[in-house]
Design a protein around this ligand. Structure first.
Ligand code: PEP
Ligand code: MG
Length: 539
């Protein structure tokens, strides 16, 4: 039995399916003579697919961010055609009959050895480019293998080093009963995804991939963060029973979806949903959320093969609005950085990514790119009722600049006679302690506030929210957190500005009472949690 971090509640009993990280080594596979030419063809196909992917990235990045940002991908494209690299891999497959992945790892080792001897720092860094290209090819080889392994009808428990945003499609495509990972905390993108899909999940299980192999029976308890590896018959039966009961309880709770969200003493509540796309938005309606309190638009960018253009963004935002008719949709502008990375904003590794170039700081550096998103949002707004939410605000100057940018974008759309919405309510996420402390001055410039407790807690406690070694410090009940939340809720009350809490604590039953006691009335959470919080409030 292993103890990790409880990430997404629920119970699952199923067989393991181990997803090794794309670059993880595995035992070399030796091929029989008949399979060799097929493996070369598989390698060629993977290279071609990687090439097509890169061509599309180059075109989009140059168009939306400029030629300079695309230069790195051009260099990678050249590497992909490098006869030395391609030749080495093919001859390993043909002569030593190893599979393409093994051959690529060997080539990578060889280059790493050579680059180690280089003194020049700039040239040394080019190793990262080779690693990138090889990873891309391997990713296509893995993609080619995955469907066959997971084609069965039986649901599986994914065991992975971590779940990358780009692997999110796997979760929707296959029957995934549970997810357990080595890395990641309870507020990372993978955790949010698991919760929104209602998949039980446990993270922070160091070394799990050394203890579990594909096919092992596992029992996952996402409520308390426990994993049983090859449970005995008694444990298995107990967990299967729990799994059944949990499902029944969830179905029963959803029956309260048409009940008003109201506390026992008659206070009206707004229970809103956090969504990442139309599927979640549909689920929000099904579970009885009264609106979308947080639409995380970055998933569109994280899962897009290149960079979504204005039309694609417009279609995506419109689809979410359509999936939640008659509900206000609060659309948050792009919140990248930290653990949510896309390759086109440069390759520099930052020492402190969560305190570095993230979120509004990135988008503000690319005004044209940012305006494309604003245009798409304001255009989509004509199909429903929207609000605009800016993440990671630290200063009043940032808010003023953003207001100006929205004004300019609106004038642009007006000038071009493109249908759009005007006077959209503008809100900010309170995630940076500086903004929370000086909330009074910010409230004069905004229409509403949304407390991003996931980030706020990690910044107040100086403890990375996804680092299992310090996760215990990110306790929503610690006095400094409660004090700051109370300060913000009271300030919003005084200024008569709506305040929502949209971090993960909004969906935690044990956090409801303290927040309600402080006067919070608007809670935004994974749709799956809405029925539970509604039930809790009523009793
Ligand atoms: C938060 O920080 O609480 C939040 C809702 O934003 P995200 O989890 O997407 O960073
Ligand atoms: Mg945040």
């Amino acid at each position: 039995m292993l103890k990790g971090i409880a990430v997404s509640p629920g119970v699952a009993v199923a067989r393991a399916y181990c997803v090794d990280s794309v670059l993880a080594r595995r035992e070399p596979q030796y091929l029989n003579a008949a399979a060799v030419s097929e493996e070369v063809a598989r390698f060629d196909n993977a290279c071609q697919a990687a090439g097509r992917e890169m061509d599309a990235i180059i075109a989009r990045v140059s168009q939306q961010l400029g030629d300079e940002q695309a230069a790195i991908f051009r260099a990678h494209r050249v590497l992909l055609r490098d006869p030395a690299l391609v030749g080495k891999v093919k001859s390993a497959i043909l002569q030593r009959k190893v599979d393409a992945r093994t051959a690529l790892h060997e080539v990578l080792d060889e280059y790493a050895g050579l680059f180690e001897k280089i003194k020049d720092e700039y040239l040394k860094e080019r190793m990262a480019d080779i690693r990138d290209v090889v990873t891309r090819i391997i990713a296509h080889l893995v993609l080619d293998e995955t469907p066959q392994i997971m084609a069965g009808d039986e649901p599986v428990i994914l065991v992975a080093p971590e779940i990358l945003p780009s692997q999110a499609v796997l979760l929707e495509k296959f029957k995934v009963a549970g997810i357990i990972t080595e890395a990641g905390g309870s507020t990372g993108h993978a955790a949010i995804l698991a919760r929104s899909l209602g998949i039980p999940s446990v993270s922070g299980l160091r070394g799990i991939l050394k203890q579990v192999v594909t096919g092992d029976l596992l029992a996952v308890d996402g409520r308390i963060g426990l994993v049983h590896i090859k449970p005995d018959k008694e444990t298995e039966t107990a967990y299967r029973k729990l799994q059944h009961e949990y499902g029944t309880l969830r179905n029963r709770l959803v029956e309260n979806r048409d009940h008003e969200a109201i506390s026992q003493d008659g206070t009206k509540l707004e229970l809103l949903a956090n969504v990442s796309g139309p599927t979640d938005a549909e689920m929000a309606v099904r579970t009885g959320a009264t609106g979308v309190g947080l639409y995380r638009t970055e998933y569109l960018f994280l899962t897009h093969p290149t960079v979504p253009n204005e039309e694609e963004q417009y279609a995506a935002y419109k689809a979410v609005i359509a999936a939640a008719p008659n509900h206000t949709v609060t659309i948050r502008t792009l919140d990248l950085g930290g653990d949510k990375l896309v390759p086109y904003f440069g390759h520099e590794r930052e020492a402190n990514p969560f305190m570095g170039w993230r979120s509004i700081r990135i988008t503000s550096s690319y005004p044209e790119f940012f305006q494309t998103q604003l245009r798409a949002i304001l255009r989509a707004g004509v199909h429903g009722k929207i609000e605009l939410l800016f993440p990671m605000i630290s200063t009043l100057e940032e808010v003023l600049a953003l207001r100006r940018m929205v004004r300019d974008t609106t004038s642009q759309l007006k000038r071009d006679s493109i249908p759009h919405v005007e006077n959209v309510p503008l809100g900010i996420m309170l995630e940076v302690p500086a903004a929370a402390l000086c909330i009074g001055s910010l409230l004069r410039e905004v229409d509403f506030v949304s407390i991003g407790s996931n980030d706020l807690i990690q910044y107040v406690m100086a403890a990375d929210r996804d680092n299992p070694k310090v996760a215990h410090l990110c306790d929503p009940f610690s006095p400094p957190i409660l004090r700051l939340l109370n300060h913000v809720i009271r300030a919003c009350d005084r200024h008569k500005k709506p305040v929502t809490l949209c971090g993960e604590m909004a969906g935690r039953p044990n956090c409801f009472l303290p927040l309600f006691g402080m006067g919070l009335r608007r809670f935004s959470m994974s749709p799956a949690f809405v029925p539970t919080i509604k039930e809790l409030a009523r009793c």
